[in-house]
Design a protein. Sequence first.
Length: 211
Amino acid sequence: MKLIFLVSGNGGNLKFIDKCIKLKLLKDIDLSVIADRECGALKYARENNILNFKVKYKKTYTNELSKALNEINPDYIVTNIHKIIDELTVNKYNGKMINLHYSLLPSFGGEIGVKPIEKAFEKKCMFIGSTLHYINEEVDAGEIIAQATIPNNFDKAYMINKVFRSGCLNLLNFFLSYNNKEITEYNDIYFNPKLSVDVMQLTEEFWESIK
């Protein structure tokens, strides 16, 4: 599987997947990174010998991104870029572009990073979570692949960390077959579809290493 991370930020999800590959939780994955700026994710790719590209990109200038995508010809693209992707690119890679959003969509769509969690705190939501979904022409409106739900204990730092982990695990689960033991709940996070990974390998040391 050729997997691209399209990035702008620190690359927490990228680091998670790369470390899962190194732990052999994921196999037969060819990982690449495309960044639209200097960022933590691009730095991580360079330091870990992951194929990487830095491109100029905006909705009205897509040439460099298109060239990099064509060169790799990915099976899937995880979109962690801090920009709305142009319609032509979205349509060309329909069914291959996926995104992690830190809310239970459709709640708090259109926000990036931890902003959805902050909005959930403002509204005093009883449950917070993450959503893995396909990308389409509308922002945060593509078909939902998986969600994780977490009871809100109203400790913001704790919940941000919890939601991040839930998103990572949903992403991991997307790339796994369902032949393993299925898990619906892990450390007060509830998953649908069920997880099919041995989460006991993901120690606190592991999680700390991807912050």
